[in-house]
Design a protein around this ligand. Structure first.
Ligand code: FAD
Ligand code: DLZ
Ligand code: SF4
Length: 507
């Protein structure tokens, strides 16, 4: 029998991975490797590296227990690259062929395609949709909208369907999901796992080898095994799902998780299956444990947004990450790396990100994302920041969310309007403004919330690109109605903030 190498990457930790299904455990050799290139091509958060290495080590044991031969390379004994490891092991085992599942990043895809030994790349079918389905759906459309794609996914999976109609008569219950947070609510914390000896060993390794990477390593509470991830899912369904919908967009100081699931990292590395997660949520609705607005909202994030961004990433190709439709060139402010800003909202979102490698969707979109957008930060730098700091960040999911949804750098392919906003949105959805050094009600001047003047400056700066957008017409009309003195004051305040950013002064 000819031996093949079966490459399993750090975000392919699923026992039913297409490459494993196609391989023969009696003669093929599974290759897994902790390598410098993957751990350092952006400066990943320490906790993200620890999570991935520990989950990889546990998965290798799971495969060995199931009868596979696994050659596992531990950092720093490995060479720098995945392809280098494949070549080394090919010469040791006499393997002449590699089998793998398509990876979630163009960079690594092209390295594998250029590998001197033949690599068979199988589709990653851990998604509900296929590439071909999306391509057919996308053909002839100028812009893509998630909502219509999502309906196709509901029909395909049968999730929350009543025959051929959506459960409850509507596809989307989002209008019920916009309650601001109240600090007297009971907020369940996500499931916390105590590191076992395997994870502990990885934590020591990361502390020693990746000390110059951002973020706190401890306390480390992520699960690193399939059973641990399943316990986190059980806990979410039991304790948080019923209120997931109501408070999905809320933000509260010191409450970093609210009713969010904190499951993306487990789903993205393959410890949880996205469809199985959705079926669990649907069962919670059918058994009366969770209301429809919560369950529909949760399922939409997974078979809607998650599927949609994966397909946009594949459909748009490697250049999507480089797009910069609004030609934004400012450097990412230093406070994205240390949280040292007087803006309470940004400081809260960044600090918790550095602590936990986690922030929930509205913090990512409407705080750090909106600030970068209206301050005109180079989207590529914004993209590299998001890719580095979140435990769930892999290019296929991060790039469409950042370049498309958050920074409008794709010119409106993914979303119909930029997520630009003044401080009023954050004030409505959070309690951050109450303790902020800035005044959210002031539109200009030294004490004005920076989001207020920057919002107008953004619209004026990008007038040529954005004025024709029907969803922004109202805002341009409001600007025209504003008195000259107010306009001048807002633009002057914005210029002063931008000057401070350019000279690395704190704001
Ligand atoms: P919940 O709020 O509990 O949502 C449930 C699940 O839905 C998530 O676990 C996730 O699997 C899925 N989901 C929700 N929204 C999205 C979305 N927009 N795209 C894809 N899946 C989604 N998500 C990542 O997984 N990796 C990223 O690198 C990433 N970067 C982002 C960057 C920006 C600027 C924005 C605005 C969003 C980003 N997201 C990313 C999407 C979303 O913010 C996270 O999936 C979510 O915050 C993860 O936390 P959770 O598991 O508690 O999610
Ligand atoms: C993110 C990551 C890190 C930090 N380290 C490794 C690693 O050492 N070995 C590995 O196989 N995968 C790692 N990964 C995940 C890969 O970067 C990921 O598979 C690609 O980006 C494709 O999504
Ligand atoms: Fe953020 Fe402005 Fe509110 Fe301060 S006042 S927390 S900067 S929105």
């Amino acid at each position: 029998m000819v031996t093949r190498l079966v490459l399993v990457l750090g975000d392919q930790l699923s026992t039913d991975l297409s490459a494993l299904r196609a391989a023969d455990r009696s003669c093929d050799v599974v290759v897994m490797a902790e390598v410098a290139d993957e751990a350092t091509y952006v400066k990943h958060h320490k906790r993200k590296i620890a999570f991935i290495f520990a989950a990889m080590r546990h998965f290798a044991t799971e495969l060995e227990d199931a009868g596979w031969t696994v050659r596992y390379g531990r950092y720093p004994e490995t060479g720098p690259s995945i392809v280098g490891e494949l070549l080394r092991l090919a010469s040791e085992t006499d393997a002449t062929e590699v089998l793998t599942t398509e990876c979630g990043e163009w960079r690594l895809r092209s390295e594998l395609e250029d590998c001197p030994i033949p690599v068979t790349i199988l589709p990653d079918d851990r998604f509900v949709s296929t590439r071909e389905e999306f391509d057919n759906w996308a053909e002839g459309r100028k812009a893509f909208r998630m909502e219509y794609f999502y309906r196709e996914m509901r029909r395909k999976t049968g999730l929350l369907m009543d025959g051929d109609q959506p459960e409850g008569g509507k596809w989307n219950f989002d209008h019920e999901n916009r309650k601001p947070g109240k600090s007297d609510l009971f907020m369940p914390k996500p499931h916390q796992t105590k590191p076992d000896p395997v994870t502990r060993e990885v934590l020591d390794l990361v502390a020693q080898e990746f000390d110059d990477h951002p973020g706190d390593l401890e306390p480390f509470w992520f699960a690193t095994t399939r059973q641990g991830a399943e316990a986190a899912l059980d806990h979410f369904v039991e304790a948080a799902l019923p209120q997931f919908g109501d408070y999905q967009d809320a933000m509260l100081k010191g409450e970093r998780f609210l009713y969010h699931s904190v499951l993306s990292l487990y789903i993205n590395v393959g410890l949880l299956d996205p469809l199985a997660v959705c079926r669990r949520a649907e069962d919670a609705y059918r058994s009366g444990h969770a209301p429809l607005n919560a369950v529909e909202g949760f399922i939409r994030q997974i078979i809607g947004w998650r599927e949609y961004v994966r397909r946009i990433y594949d459909h748009q190709g490697p250049d999507y990450a480089k797009r910069n439709a609004l030609k934004a060139t400012r450097d990412l402010p230093g406070f994205y790396w240390d949280g040292q800003t007087d803006m309470t909202c940004v400081s809260e979102a960044v600090s918790q990100t550095l602590e936990d490698a986690y922030a929930h969707h509205i913090q990512r979109l409407m705080v750090t994302g909106t600030f970068a957008l209206i301050a005109g930060i180079d989207p590529h730098q914004v993209h590299e920041w998001y890719l580095a700091v979140y435990a769930d960040a892999f290019e296929w999911v991060e790039v469409p969310n950042v370049i498309g949804m958050s920074q409008f750098a794709d010119g409106g392919l993914l979303g119909s309007k930029p997520y630009a906003a003044s401080g009023a949105y954050i004030d409505r959805m959070s309690d951050y403004c109450k303790t902020c050094r800035y005044d959210v009600k002031q539109k200009s001047g030294d004490d004005a919330c920076p989001f207020n003047p920057l919002y107008w400056d953004f619209l004026i700066r990008n007038r040529t690109s954005l004025e024709g957008n029907p969803r922004l017409g109202q805002m341009y009309r409001s600007w025209e109605r504003m008195g000259d003195a107010k306009k001048k004051a807002a633009l002057k305040s914005a210029a002063s903030i931008l000057n401070k950013l350019d000279s690395s002064e704190n704001i």
